[in-house]
Design a protein around this ligand. Structure first.
Ligand SMILES: [Cu+2]
Length: 305
């Protein structure tokens, strides 16, 4: 009798603790779940997919938890328990069908929606504006951004025009990392010798958090960058200002920058031509291009920027 009461006490404490943890994190930190606070079309599609996946998973999680409690209670070891005892029972076509059928259905539904969105997001978001390209290199332990159309470069800061699709090209001149701006969309790997492509867009002006999402050594935790989305006119002004007031990034300057260290935000009025392709080529020179659909991924270097 005594152990039974202890069991209930333990269960009550457990349930209450979970309730407190959930209540506190919702009250204090709901707005910090930036993955669920999309600010552009790519992140919006992905948020819907995350929510759909979460809801479908509930079709498994909730029955499993309910059944677990029910079975523990029903077959509990007390003298007056009249639950059937069937040691020879070993087969049920009905149960087999249920517990294989539900997961198969879930996988089919998730595959359809995931494939649909993956193909959709490999293409630029649909807008009236022309996309711009930004070339991103992850270094030990900082991010370099080059603007091939504007011919400026920045470190740990990237400004983008609002409402314009951005074609990020990603590579690494250090251990691989992962480029992530949670409110604009999911992460994509940056790898030495390979140029990956990631379309993102911010709908409105604003500041967004960006970071490396793949461990890459000692100061990995400092590989954060600021993303600022501005109206097109202000973006153009900013480009002019950087061109007028910032130093050049020279070859020597890049060599210094690439050395392992952390960095503050930096701005450069120009950079060596072909710096990006040299970084990709010296490590292998593979250019992935997804903009015409997934099948055009290329391993032969024929789809250079
Ligand atoms: Cu790769």
């Amino acid at each position: 009798m005594k152990s039974k009461r202890t069991g209930w006490k333990l269960l009550t404490i457990l349930v209450l603790s979970y309730a407190v943890i959930i209540a506190v994190s919702v009250a204090l930190g709901w707005d910090k779940f930036i993955v669920l606070d999309p600010k552009g079309p790519v992140a919006e599609v992905q948020q819907k997919l995350i929510i759909l996946t979460g809801l479908i998973c509930m079709a498994v999680v909730i029955p499993v938890i309910v059944l677990m409690v029910y079975i523990v209670w029903k077959y509990r070891d007390t003298p007056d328990n009249d639950a059937p005892y069937q040691p020879e029972w070993n087969d049920s076509k009905l149960l087999e069908t249920i517990w294989w059928g539900i997961p198969i259905l879930i996988i089919i539904v998730l595959s359809i929606f995931t494939a649909r969105d993956t193909y959709k997001l490999a293409k630029p978001p649909v807008t009236d504006s022309n996309p711009i390209t930004i070339q991103v290199t992850s270094l030990d332990w900082k991010w370099l951004f080059q603007y091939p159309d504007q011919k400026i470069a920045t470190v740990n800061y990237v400004q983008i025009p609002a409402g314009v699709p951005i074609r990020f090209q990603l590579t690494s001149d250090a251990p691989m990392n992962s480029f992530w701006i949670p409110q604009l969309g999911g992460q994509e790997y940056s790898m030495p010798g390979m140029a990956m492509q990631l379309w993102l867009q911010a709908d409105k002006p604003g500041k967004y958090f960006g970071s490396g999402a793949n461990f890459s050594g000692r100061d990995f935790a400092h590989m954060q960058f600021e993303v600022e989305s501005k109206p097109q006119a202000e973006f153009n002004e900013w480009v002019k200002e950087v061109k007028a007031s910032s130093p050049e990034l020279t070859k020597e300057g890049y060599t210094q920058l690439a050395k392992p260290s952390t960095a503050k935000q930096e701005f450069f009025s120009s950079y060596p031509d072909e710096l990006y392709t040299e970084i990709v080529d010296k490590n292998g020179g593979i250019y992935m291009k997804h903009s015409d659909g997934l099948n055009s991924g290329s391993y032969n270097g024929s789809t250079r920027p």
